[in-house]
Design a binder for this molecule. Sequence first.
Ligand code: ADP
Length: 404
Amino acid sequence: MNGTRVLVLNSGSSSVKYQLIDMHGGDRLAVGLVERIGEETSRLKHTPAGGGSREWSGPVADHDAALKAVAAELAGDGLGLDSPELAAIGHRVVHGGRRFTEPTVVDDAVLAEIERLIPVAPLHNPANLTGIRTAQQLRPDLPQVAVFDTAFHTTMPESAARYAIDVETADAHRVRRYGFHGTSHAYVSRETARLLGRAPEDVNVIVLHLGNGASASAVRGGRCVDTSMGLTPLEGLVMGTRSGDMDPAVIFHLMRVGEMSADEIDTLLNKRSGLIGLCGDNDMREIRRRVDAGDERARLAFDIYIHRLKKYIGAYSAVLGRVDAVAFTAGVGENSAPVREAAVAGLEGFGLAVDGELNAVRGDGARLISPAHARVAVAVVPTDEEMEIATQTYALVNDSGNLT
Ligand code: ADP
């Protein structure tokens, strides 16, 4: 048997998050991040297994320098990237279009396709590509595996994936609903089945991934049949800084009447809308604190957020026909009892309810928060995208005989 470790890299435009995981036992040997890459005050935080974080600040010019710094930190713990224990590097890639339905070992053709998708993922795919290319230079002999945020959603039927616009125009510009957060939706829907003691194939789940970005998905028997994000992550739920669903004519109106440019509206809808646009805060803890203090704008923002969430729970109940579980995950979903309570309040007709005491319990593991004997299980299921990327990467390199 060769290496059993997988390095997971999540390369953003100015950050790199990483985890080194031993797939025999699933131990995290090290986790960390480099942020503010390209600035004078870049910061690296590295935490080896067993604790004792190391942190330093200073200029990290680019992703190449960032990965070298990560490699040096790992080497300091005897976990260097030159180790024969390392089986592969798994990369989060945001947009895989229609072509990448599975995790994929990177070669030149794969790199070219990820590059071709930059027009539909201008913020994310370039950074993901840089991360892969830099890792290739560090370990050219090692399989680099791309795990796509869109892959889990490629099973959506055409009825859910197509917008009702002229087909030729849509196809010419690859306009369709791709969905994102797929790695999380895949992991959480499977873990929810496990929590219920049932096989994923037998269970229908609505997954609510509520982080700063937020998306819902309808998962039938382990396969995604609908999701709330679309061509880009802008569609769907109200998010920390994104509007989610809106009449598209708002954009023409702002162009014609508000004399705003496409770029200005892009920034407005992606960065200055959602919770932050509604009340000036995008952290749900702060919003709840303000609501409890009687702040009207925070209350309205919370109510709009919850109203949209409820609409998606209702819509996906209809899409699935039979719902076995609703699973809350990510920063807000895992931590905000008021959001979970409000999201299902009044949905008893759908078989949905939350037990106040169970909902109030804080914990790290997957847990049920619905009353005993409820028709639909309501669960909190912490997501673990890094573990899912590592699992998919390791399975692929083992299957294809690509192990070093
Ligand atoms: P992302 O990965 O999209 O950046 P996360 O899944 O880490 O986001 O979620 C971040 C968000 O989670 C924060 O913006 C905040 O609103 C929310 N959050 C984190 N902890 C709590 C908490 N204890 N209570 C309520 N909300 C929380």
